[in-house]
Write a protein that binds this ligand. Structure first.
Ligand SMILES: NC(=O)c1ccc[n+]([C@@H]2O[C@H](COP(=O)([O-])OP(=O)(O)OC[C@H]3O[C@@H](n4cnc5c(N)ncnc54)[C@H](O)[C@@H]3O)[C@@H](O)[C@H]2O)c1
Length: 313
């Protein structure tokens, strides 16, 4: 099948590109390289197009003839959205509507439009303290990023209902793994920790480290997305894409110390605006839509991530 990945030069997108090519799919990537890099796709035979989801003509040039679109392009990160909320709104909310419209335009001349899978985020649960996070809970975004991701999934589901398109809106929960960028102000926690640990620097911990997350290895994410494409899975409701684990930052640090074989020093920093204390997915919907997918265990994923960071030195 032919698959378009928007944001395919980013962390999740490049891992997915590689996985889909290995499964025999033809992959087209549209990316403006704002946070992604062509290096992430080195040696992966995709058709790469540099362009933006905010341009209808860039989208029209890549969407024709594709069976599925995995829409990952976005301005990621909570702190970035607090720095510049309108930029997050534009890329994540307006950008998603542009992608859906491009698929609808291309679908007008075909039997049916392409399937569209969009990336939402556990951050939509925000201030709702209930655990685990079931998709039936009321979303309560506490950052512009979270609000823009709620728009991403709402637009996808609304286009599905209004125009008969096959859509799937997945909420990622702290995905980690190879190719995830570290060493910048907005780095996610796992790459920031691994990078610091391997360089012998103290690990930057916002708050006391007891906050917990449902860390998901990128290989598990790719397995679900690959299955969603192969079986053209769609759903009128959003779906958590995480496997229900709950790991604190202090546990991540202990696990990392064991893998690296060192006692790791920690540097506590103030809690960040927009961060939520705990996050854990209810997996009922995921298990019912994707009964065949088993997650990669946390320690296995963390070891693979450390190996990848080491391989770059
Ligand atoms: N990594 C996570 O833990 C996580 C959690 C929740 C949601 N998500 C979502 O998953 C998706 C992928 O995240 P990621 O971690 O791979 O981030 P990433 O920054 O590595 O990837 C995003 C990609 O989108 C591209 N991009 C940004 N704006 C664009 C535009 N206007 N046109 C074309 N390309 C554009 C970037 O250059 C980058 O390659 C995003 O939608 C993000 O919001 C990720």
């Amino acid at each position: 099948m032919r698959v378009l990945i928007t944001g395919g030069a980013g962390f999740i997108g490049a891992n997915l590109s590689k996985a889909l090519v290995e499964q025999g799919h033809e992959v087209v990537v549209l990316d403006d390289l704002s946070t992604g890099s062509k290096d992430n796709l080195a040696g992966v035979p995709v058709r790469f197009v540099e362009g933006t989801i905010l341009s209808a003509s860039d989208l029209d040039g890549v969407v024709d003839g594709v069976d599925s679109v995995v829409h990952l392009a976005a301005r990621p990160s909570v702190p970035r959205s607090i720095q510049d909320p309108m930029a997050s709104h534009l890329a994540n909310a307006t950008g998603t509507a542009e992608v859906l419209e491009a698929v609808r335009r291309a679908g007008a001349n075909r039997e049916r439009p392409a399937q569209v899978i969009v990336a939402s985020s556990s951050s939509v649960y925000g201030a709702n303290p209930t655990l685990p996070k079931s998709e039936d809970l009321a979303p309560r975004p506490v950052s512009p990023y979270a609000a823009s991701k709620l728009a991403t999934e709402s637009y996808a589901l609304a286009w599905g209902a209004s125009f008969g398109m096959d859509v799937l809106a997945v909420r990622f929960f702290n995905v980690f793994g190879p190719l995830q960028a570290a060493g910048h102000a907005y780095a996610a926690v796992v790459p920031a920790f691994v990078d610091a640990a391997l360089a012998g620097r103290p690990l930057p911990v916002h708050g006391d480290g007891t906050q917990s997350r449902d860390f998901t290895y990128v290989g598990s994410v790719c397995a679900v997305l690959g299955d969603a494409i192969a079986r053209r899975v769609s759903d009128p409701e959003p779906m958590n894409l995480a496997f229900g684990s709950r790991v604190t930052l202090l546990e991540v640090i202990a696990e990392l110390g064991a893998i690296i074989g060192d006692d790791l020093e920690v540097e506590h920093q103030p809690t960040r605006a927009g961060d939520v204390p705990h996050s854990q997915a209810d997996t009922t919907r995921l298990r019912s839509l994707f009964p065949g997918v088993e997650p990669v265990p946390f320690t296995t994923g963390l070891t693979a991530t450390v190996d990848w960071f080491r391989s770059r030195d």
